[in-house]
Write a protein that binds this ligand. Structure first.
Ligand code: AMP
Length: 395
């Protein structure tokens, strides 16, 4: 696996695919610069080597050229984060981009306009990728968030750099941390899977059954498993057509020696509302008219015990409807347990959309070993798929 540390960038132009798909407010100001900050180590290493950087990214989902999706809006924030002036090309390909890239001096940065202003980007068009490839000497992919897409800038462009392509610092860390859990994890290995639906996590569950010793299943998924085993779940969320699958997962887990832990009690509510009446219920005895919206106190204790005896922990998906204060306790308790286990030497990886949001919201970001930056890319990695953006650098 080649990374930026295998190259000396002196007098070289690095063409870097970054993920600067950052949120903007109505005044087009960046409201969360995490993704820019995450790309900083790669950019700084290249500049310090005496090289220059041509940065390419997408922003949002524009239909053709739309000013609101222009990357020019984020230039002040990039300059702020990097402490370096940023030049800009108003199209990511063509004469202007080529001239500006050609005249770039060591230590300088050029930002290209939104790649998705061209349809060819998401189509993975080869000619478009070839035009992009003219803008650098070495191709660096540092965008994990789009590594599961075979787009021109994430995958196809690598073909034009057979001996001069590598992973940036961020993408290398993402790959390492997933490997640390799924391949080299120190036992016992635990996966905590929460979130709303079994159907969206099924391939992940099937893939990780071969890799883990313990599996905690929480969140809305719980109730499909509980009902399938004959429990009464009241009005809780359930996928009736996935009940056979749930039983099959439990059977497979048993055959593979994986211990599955489901909540034993829940916070049940008489409406899907923060203001609803609530009661603590046995997970198999939820009255009609009530729905389980969070893990109960006994479950939190059991989960705490499992987490604290694990040496490797993967967390994907909240344990309850954490967006509402009345049902955030299970997710917060789990975050605390994982933070504690991490402090005592466990490796913990948090990945996949909503658990990342929860970790940030409740301040666990610095208390776990690694928080992944890519939702879809993370899920596909956990499903055991080879991501095209990663394969393109490896080949
Ligand atoms: P996912 O995107 O699959 O990780 O699902 C995350 C969503 O699951 C969050 O928005 C949670 O509010 C929701 N969720 C978690 N637990 C429950 C539950 N018991 N009932 C309904 N929704 C839930």
């Amino acid at each position: 696996m080649k990374t930026i540390n295998d190259f000396n960038f002196q007098d070289k132009k690095a063409l870097i695919r970054v993920d600067f798909n950052v949120p903007l407010n109505d005044n087009f100001e960046v409201t969360d610069a995490t993704r820019i900050v995450s790309a900083k180590p790669t950019i700084i290493k290249i500049l310090e080597d005496g090289g220059s950087c041509v940065l390419m990214s997408h922003l949002g989902r524009p239909k053709g050229v739309q000013d609101e999706f222009s990357l020019k809006h984020i230039i002040p924030k990039i300059e702020d984060v990097l402490g370096v002036e940023v030049k800009f090309a108003s199209d990511c390909v063509g004469a202007e981009a080529e001239e500006k890239a050609n005249s770039l001096q060591p230590g300088e940065i050029l930002l290209l306009e939104n790649l998705r202003f061209h349809d060819e980007e998401t189509k993975g068009d080869k000619d478009f990728a070839k035009q992009l490839s003219k803008l650098g000497d070495i191709y660096v992919n540092d965008a994990f968030g789009t590594a599961h897409r075979a787009h021109a800038s994430t995958t196809i462009v690598a073909e034009f750099f057979p001996d001069a392509k590598c992973f940036g610092n961020l993408l290398a860390q993402e790959i390492e941390s997933i490997k640390k859990v799924l391949e080299d994890g120190e036992k016992p290995v635990l996966a905590v899977l929460g979130g709303a639906k079994v159907s969206s996590k099924i391939t992940v569950i099937e893939n990780i059954l071969d890799k883990v010793d313990h599996l905690i299943i929480g969140g809305g998924m719980t109730f499909t498993f509980v009902k399938a085993q004959g429990g009464k779940i009241g009005d809780s969320i359930c996928e009736d057509d996935k009940m056979d699958l749930a039983l099959d997962i439990l059977k497979q887990a048993k055959a593979k020696g994986v211990q599955v832990h489901l909540p034993v009690d829940v916070i049940a509510a008489d409406a899907f509302s923060n203001m609803a009446n609530t009661q603590i219920c046995d997970v198999t005895k939820i009255p009609d008219g009530w729905q389980g919206l969070d893990a109960g106190p006994k479950s939190r204790e059991i989960f705490d015990d499992v987490v604290n005896k694990s040496n490797t922990i993967l967390w994907n998906g909240p344990l309850g409807v954490f967006e509402m204060e009345s049902y955030d306790k299970g997710t917060i308790a789990l975050g605390n347990s994982i933070a504690n286990a991490t402090k005592n030497g466990a490796f913990s990886l948090v990945g996949g959309g909503d658990s990342v949001a929860a970790v940030k919201q409740f301040g666990f970001e610095d208390k776990v070993s690694y928080v992944s930056t890519g939702g879809g890319a993370m899920l596909e990695s956990l499903e055991g798929k080879t991501l095209p953006g990663i394969a393109a650098i490896m080949s």
